[in-house]
Design a protein around this ligand. Structure first.
Ligand code: PMP
Ligand code: GLN
Length: 382
């Protein structure tokens, strides 16, 4: 990460957002919504600040939020989670991931993920001294091959790190694959870490939380965050749930990373988690319509697209436009068309980038008029 001149290489998201600002292009690169979330959630944060909740909250998180997280796991997944010992509030899902991997992965331990994968995974696995093993997901259906998964998990595997719904592909992992993850974790005495930050943004099919599968709970840390569900990505309120002995190990690391985080945002996210089912259904339906809008815009512009079942992103193949190199294409696109996207290669190890060379990720968590304008600009490319 450190360049020879001592600077830190920016993440692809920071680089692409900076490019969007510099060129005035529409930013379909970094995944963040351009509209506020539910009024109740924003109001609860304002009230918390006014009520003086502005000092360090308790280490594992404020009881009001830990209890709301436990209620959420019971309501949606039928899980019985003890808010006192089995829930930890973190600075976004990012800190939950980092603290979990730092807690459990030692030098030489192997961590298995699907690939492409969210960029923080490879960075934190390396920071923990782990060895990153991957199972490929292939455009356009992204379905993992079970034999490849079986081959990747061995007695050297310490953690199987799963992300469903998946960034950057928008795939929802099927139940059979998740059951195989649980079976392999038991067979090889590995832990499961599951990143479910897009759990409520599913359009086709249903989200299956690994912790709710038979045999899943005992060896799984489940991670989520309020950022995507409530359009509050800047608040960085995340959480980890799981058996008390695993959560305690994560807390041991978290206390020296950030100690605590986001006091007034914690009761606000608690209020969000308690919103009625209708809120969650409407949020997914609104986003599904935006997905449809951008997918048809990309199709009309000549890209080959993979229709995402969930999440914030659609993957488009620029080869159909005669663009074989998505990195060069994404660097030029802001000036050529006034749109920013992210090359999928950023989510893949440098040695394995060939199959994804022409793929680009575009975010659709934006207002309809923004997506319409971006589609019109991309259509003018060819
Ligand atoms: N995991 C995945 C798969 C994500 O897409 C993101 C958000 N970009 C995160 C984790 C980080 O979530 P947070 O902002 O809550 O740290
Ligand atoms: N999760 C968002 C994305 O994938 C933002 C990530 C980030 O900025 N680190 O675009």
């Amino acid at each position: 990460l450190l360049a020879p001149d001592g600077t830190v290489a920016a993440t692809v998201f920071a680089e692409m957002s900076a490019l969007a600002v510099a060129t005035g292009a529409i930013n379909l690169g970094q995944g963040f919504p351009d509209e506020d979330g539910p009024h109740e959630v924003l109001e609860a944060a304002r009230e918390a600040i006014s009520a003086g909740l502005n000092q360090y909250p308790p280490g594992p998180g404020m009881p009001v939020l830990r209890e709301a997280i436990a209620r959420h796991q019971a309501r949606w997944y039928g899980l019985s989670v003890d808010p006192g010992r089995e829930v930890l509030v973190t600075a976004g899902a990012t800190e939950a991931l980092a603290a979990t991997l730092l807690a459990f992965v030692d030098d030489g331990d192997e961590v298995v993920t699907f690939e492409p994968s969210y960029d923080a995974y490879a960075a934190v696995i390396a920071r923990a001294g782990g060895i990153h093993r991957t199972v490929p997901l292939r455009f356009p259906d992204w379905r993992p091959d079970h034999d490849e998964l079986r081959a990747a998990v061995t007695d050297r595997t310490r953690v199987i790190l799963v992300n469903t719904p998946h960034n950057p592909t928008g795939a929802v992992l099927d139940r059979g694959t998740l059951e195989l993850v649980v079976e392999l974790a038991h067979r090889h005495d590995a832990l499961i870490v599951t990143d479910e930050v897009y759990e409520h943004l599913v359009f086709d099919g249903a989200h299956t939380p690994i912790a709710a599968l038979p045999g899943g709970w005992d060896r799984t840390i489940s991670i989520s965050s309020g950022g995507k569900t409530f359009n509050t990505t800047g608040w960085k309120i995340g959480w980890a749930t799981g058996p008390a002995h695993l959560v305690t190990a994560v807390l041991a690391v978290k206390q020296y990373l950030t100690f605590v985080n986001g006091a007034p945002f914690q009761p606000a996210i608690a209020a969000g988690l308690d919103l009625p089912d209708r809120f969650f259904a409407d949020a997914a339906a609104t986003l599904a319509a935006k997905r449809d809008l951008l997918v048809s815009g990309l199709d009309a512009a000549g890209f080959a697209t993979s229709v995402p079942a969930a999440g914030y992103f659609v993957v488009a193949d620029a080869a159909a436009l005669g663009e074989a190199d998505a990195v060069a294409f994404c660097r030029d696109l802001p000036r050529r068309a006034g749109v920013v996207g992210v090359p999928i290669s950023a989510f893949v190890h440098p040695e394995r980038r060939d199959p994804v060379r022409s793929l680009v990720r575009f975010a659709f968590c934006k207002r309809r008029e923004v997506l319409e304008e971006a589609s019109a600009r991309l259509a003018a490319l060819s």
